[in-house]
Design a protein around this ligand. Structure first.
Ligand code: ZN
Length: 190
């Protein structure tokens, strides 16, 4: 069940109409707890949020890639995540979208897909075992991007992958062979 995500940030006694509770998430969490359930939304599954509630020590070899295909906004999207199944905790995720008839010329040149979001949430993790390389160097972002590249070619038969990134992150993608392409960066998959 979805809850209203954008809340009025005003005292509840000043609300005259509509939802008059200003702590919906908390109410939902209490209700779930009564039923012995936990919220499984992205935010609650992020390892940082989880570790506020319980002590989590993850073996870095116990992190797997999980991929979900779904439709959104009249298109197909792919949610690729790095998950520790023991805690149902998200270490990072990438949202990939199949592009059809975009309003942007860059995206209309060739059949393509776009990385809509890439987030690594496990940087401050406490790990029980560390390889020599250490988890910081394992490159979770690259692992997610590699999987996006694989899906782009193997599942969608497309050779062009785009990303719209903030200026500060562009260098990261350039190092992974993405080239500046209008407002985006793109990579031709060979
Ligand atoms: Zn949640």
């Amino acid at each position: 069940m979805r809850i209203q995500r954008i809340q009025r940030d005003i005292p509840s006694q000043l609300i005259y109409a509509g939802v008059d509770k200003s702590n919906l998430r908390q109410l939902v969490e209490n209700e779930l707890e009564k039923h012995g359930k936990e919220c499984r939304c992205i935010r609650c599954r992020e390892i940082g949020h989880k570790s506020l509630r319980q002590r989590i020590i993850i073996d870095e070899y116990d992190i797997n890639i999980n991929t979900v295909f779904y439709t959104a906004s009249e298109g197909e999207e792919v949610f690729i995540s790095l998950v520790n199944e023991k805690y149902d905790a998200l270490v990072g995720f990438l949202r990939l979208r199949d592009i059809q008839n975009s309003h942007r010329f860059e995206l209309n040149k060739n059949p393509c897909m776009i990385i809509r979001e890439l987030k690594i949430v496990g940087r401050e993790l406490e790990f029980s075992k560390r390889s020599k390389k250490g988890f910081q160097h394992r490159g979770y972002g690259k692992e997610l991007i590699d999987e996006a590249i694989r899906i782009c070619t193997e599942e969608y038969d497309k050779k062009h992958l785009f990303v719209l990134s903030g200026i500060g992150v562009k260098e990261y993608y350039r190092n992974l062979d993405f080239k500046d392409d209008g407002v985006y960066l793109s990579k031709t998959i060979i």
